[in-house]
Design a protein around this ligand. Structure first.
Ligand code: ADP
Length: 655
């Protein structure tokens, strides 16, 4: 980072730019085209030469140059006869004219023939010369080299770090690309208050803050400061945020970079960047180095060795391991790394003394989501009585980044409607938009297609309504959105384990769409592709992964290590493969049969539901409940979720 400083301090003088040289060379070439090194003699035809010069015996001598050009010298006393002889650089002495010849033999023959009549009283002397065009030849080989050099420089400049002002050239290719956030320079303001939820992770990691702030407390007792912690969790859950907050809390500099920043097409660059990063970090110690997506370099070594492997990546990883071992525990450089796949990391990275601690950062639960909403609503102007817990309930499975996105999207939607404040409906619209994509109101859909879609979605709704374990329904729509032509929206329950019955009920609900098409139209359509894909995957997982099939028994062929030894070879015999196929078929058929049965039992109600859907395009739980009656199994917790509000009414009329 020192070079940064020096750059800031140096006075601004016009910078030398390599493009000036290119410009000069280019101008030089253009200039060359205009300078005539052959002097000012005129190029003429053989015909004119013979008629005007040779037959009138005015030629003094001829010189054949390089076997293809003839220089004509006119006798001094006749020079005046030719208007077009100019006295240029070559002066009066000639050559006065030139012409090209095809071959020497031909030229000699023609010349002899033309002089036949002179009977030796006049004979033009012909001499032969070989002249070297040094300039032309030199250009002939210098020019390609110049082009090569230019291309080479161009490529290196392109590959340099972003072509920024900080020396984007080949010499800095081995330099670390870490961005430094420093208290003085960039003012890191992030602290633990900005990270909502993640209480356990914060406790774990606040110890690191303590280490950084007050190392002697630990070292006095003989303890060693940990070298690193690995933040593991799905994308967008706040790993970077947490690492920044640690730096902010500890008030130490923070180097941030991504694992892929080490990767370059040249061998050795990654390792050199690692060295550079650590030497920079040591100068700034105590500090935090944050490596995002560390799996880009930290993937277990030696896998796929038959494909040549990736030696460069291994070198980089080795260098990282060495550096982590190498620095003294008390230098105060702590490495935080983030990944969403700890299972594929090299075990050497995870051993004690390197990333000693693993902090799991999970998707936020209901309470955490509410807290995250709280953080991200601060900068927004929201309606006073906005119910945060309702919003949190509407966003199961959303990450912190998704929630940040929803808040922003909601503000944009409210602005588009010219509202002064962001209201609840704006948030719901934002959720819809983020899950489903943009509404496509102008998609061309025929009446019959619309009917099919309506019955398909009503099928999903009816089947799921009647099943005990299916997720609660929020709304059904046939407004096309993103890729989907219609959708039944559920609110997935947050559960940590799922029972066989629950999965099966989900399968039935998913099959409900196609079942309705078959029962009402006696035809099936391609509209169920998505459903079928989901069902097939889930049924396969049930048999091959979860041991939920009697015939296969309690066996799982799941491979959590990601070790792709089984890539080309299934871990089971052909016989088992057939069994799995049979079981998968059976599960899918059973769920389809059950879905059809439910639809047959509720045919009239489903029809009513579909017709209502065709009319309104969006229907809510209340409408479904009115038509189908209360859900047959008791689901008391759902009552809270769907307290209808005025806002929801608005959407109804709007769509
Ligand atoms: P990750 O590194 O895990 O992929 P980030 O830390 O970059 O995710 O998170 C992206 C954004 O999501 C953050 O900038 C922040 O706005 C938001 N975010 C994620 N988790 C939280 C959280 N727990 N509290 C507040 N904001 C969060």
């Amino acid at each position: 980072m020192d070079n940064n400083n020096s750059q800031n301090n140096s006075p601004q003088k016009p910078k030398f730019n390599i493009y000036w040289i290119y410009g000069l060379i280019f101008l030089g070439f253009i200039a060359l085209q205009f300078i005539d090194f052959d002097g000012e003699n005129e190029s003429i035809s053989w015909h004119r030469f013979e008629k005007e010069m040779l037959s009138t015996k005015k030629v003094d001598k001829l010189i054949v140059i390089n076997k293809d050009l003839v220089e004509v010298y006119i006798q001094d006393e006749f020079i005046g006869d030719f208007d077009d002889i100019k006295t240029g650089m070559t002066g009066q002495n000639g050559p006065h004219f030139t012409f090209k010849i095809g071959s020497i033999e031909n030229f000699e023959r023609k010349l002899e023939e033309a002089q036949k009549d002179f009977n030796d009283e006049y004979y033009v002397a012909v001499s032969y010369e070989t002249r070297k065009d040094i300039l032309g030849e030199a250009l002939g080989w210098i020019f390609p080299i110049l082009i090569l050099v230019a291309v080479w420089i161009f490529i290196f400049r392109k590959m340099g770090p972003g072509g920024g002002s900080s020396g984007g050239n080949i010499f800095s290719i081995g330099k670390s690309r870490a961005k430094l956030f420093d208290k003085e320079e960039n003012n890191i303001k992030t602290n633990f208050d900005d990270v909502a939820g993640l209480e356990e992770a914060k406790v774990e990691i606040s110890e690191i803050v303590e280490f950084l702030k007050n190392p002697t407390k630990y070292t006095d007792l003989g303890g060693k400061i940990p070298k690193g912690a690995l933040l593991v969790g799905p994308p967008g859950t706040g790993k970077t945020l947490l690492a920044k907050a640690v730096a902010g809390e500890a008030e130490v500099p923070f180097f941030s970079l991504s694992g892929s920043d080490f990767v370059e097409m040249f061998v050795g660059v990654g390792a050199s960047r690692v060295r550079d990063l650590f030497s920079q970090a040591k100068q700034k110690a105590p500090c935090i180095v944050f490596i995002d997506e560390i799996d880009a370099i930290g993937r277990a070594r030696g896998r796929n060795a038959n494909f040549g492997g990736n030696d460069e990546r291994e070198n980089t990883l080795n260098q990282l391991l060495t550096e982590m071992d190498g620095f003294d525990t008390n230098t105060g450089v702590i490495i935080l790394a983030a990944t969403n796949r700890a299972d594929i990391l090299d075990s050497a990275l995870l051993r004690a003394g390197r990333f000693d601690r693993q902090v799991h950062v999970e998707l936020p639960d209901l309470i955490e989501r509410e807290a995250i909403f709280n953080v991200h609503l601060l900068p927004l102007k929201v309606k006073k009585n906005l119910d945060l817990s309702f919003l949190a309930k509407q966003t199961p499975g959303f990450s912190g980044a998704d929630i940040a996105n929803i808040c922003n999207e909601a503000a944009l939607i409210a602005a588009r409607k010219n509202n002064k404040e962001v209201g609840r409906q704006d948030f719901l619209d934002a959720v819809d938009r983020i899950i489903g994509g943009l509404e496509k109101k102008n998609k061309i859909i025929t009446k019959q297609e619309k009917r099919t879609i309506a019955y398909h979605e009503a099928g999903h709704a009816t089947v799921s309504w009647m099943l005990e374990h299916a997720h609660p329904l929020i709304k059904v729509t046939i407004v096309p959105r993103g890729q989907a032509l219609g959708a039944a929206w559920y609110l997935p329950k947050e559960r940590q384990i799922t029972t066989e019955e629950q999965i099966f009920d989900e399968l039935c609900a998913t099959m409900g769409g196609r079942a309705a098409e078959e029962i009402f139209f006696q035809k099936i359509s391609t509209g169920a592709l998505n459903d079928l894909e989901k069902v097939a995957k889930q049924a396969y997982a049930m048999t091959a992964y979860y041991g939920m099939s009697k015939k296969i028994g309690n066996r799982s062929f799941f491979d959590s290590s990601g070790n792709s030894e089984y890539q080309f070879q299934k871990p089971f015999s052909e016989k088992t493969a057939e069994l799995i196929d049979d079981e998968v078929n059976l599960i899918i058929e059973n769920s389809y049969t059950k879905a059809k049965q439910i639809i047959i039992d509720n045919k009239d109600k489903l029809k009513e539901l579909a017709e209502l859907l065709l009319e309104k395009e969006v229907i809510f739980t209340e409408d479904v409940e009115r038509i189908l009656g209360k859900r047959p199994f008791n689901h008391p917790e759902e009552e809270v979720l769907f307290a209808k509000t005025e806002d929801t009414e608005n959407t109804n009329s709007q769509e």
